[in-house]
Design a binder for this molecule. Sequence first.
Ligand code: AP5
Length: 214
Amino acid sequence: MFMNLILLGAPGAGKGTQVEFLTKERGLPSISTGNILRAAIKEGTPIGLKAQEYISSGRLVPDEVIIGIVKERLSQKDCENGFILDGVPRTIGQAEALEKAGIEITAAILLDVPDNMIEQRMAGRRTCIGCGATYHVVTKPPKKENVCDECGGELTRRKDDDPETVRTRLKVYHEETEPLVDFYRERGKLFVVDGSRSPEETNAQVLEALEKLK
Ligand code: AP5
C-alpha cells in the first residue's frame, strides 16, 4: 500500500532506529534531515556551513533551509511510491509548507518517550560516520566494538549528544515540535506509540498502527 509516513518524537526517541526497521520491512526510502545536514557539514557545502552552528548548539535550522532540502529530495524518483520522513517536519511552519506543496501525509507516528529516558539513551548512543546507522552501548551494541555492523565504518559519539546540548534540544522539542502532535491529531493522522519499550517491541507497535491504515 502507498504510504507517506512521518516519524515524530523527541531527540533520541528512537526515530532513526525505527526507520531502519521500516525501510527493511516496507522497502520505502527514508529522508532524515539530520543525516542530510550532517553530510552537508562534512562536505562543507553552503547549506552545511549554515547548519553547523545551529546543530552544534541544539537549535533548529531555519525553516526555509529545511523546506528546500525536503522538496528537492521528495521530487526524486525513489519517493514516487511512498517515503518515511525522519525528523521533519519539526515546526508548524514546515508542516504547513508540506501541505502547501501538495505533499500528502498518510500518517504521523509519535514515539512517546519520557525526557529522563531520552537523556540515558543519548549518553550511550554511537553513530556510524560512514552510513549513519545508530547503536547503543547497552541496548544495541555493535558486534565488534566501535565498528558498524552494516558498513564497517567507525562509530563515534555525535557532538550534539553531550548532556547540556541534549537538554537544549529537548527544550526546543517541547516548544517548537510538540505542537505538531495536535496538528496531525486534528487531521486524523496521528498514531501514538509507547517508545519506551525495546526497539523490537516499539517496532511491533508501529507495524500494528500501520495495519490500521489498510
Ligand atoms: P536529527 O539528526 O534529526 O536528531 P534528532 O531528531 O534530535 O533525533 P536523533 O537522531 O538524535 O534521535 P532519534 O530519535 O533518531 O533516536 P535514535 O534512533 O538515534 O537532528 C539533529 C539536528 O539537526 C537538530 O537538532 C537540528 O539542529 C537539525 N535539524 C534536523 N532536522 C531538522 C528540521 N526538520 N528542522 C530544523 N532543524 C533540523 O535512538 C537514540 C539512541 O537510543 C540510540 O543509541 C538507539 O540505539 C537507542 N534506542 C533507540 N530506540 C530504543 C529503544 N526502544 N530502547 C532502547 N534504546 C533505544
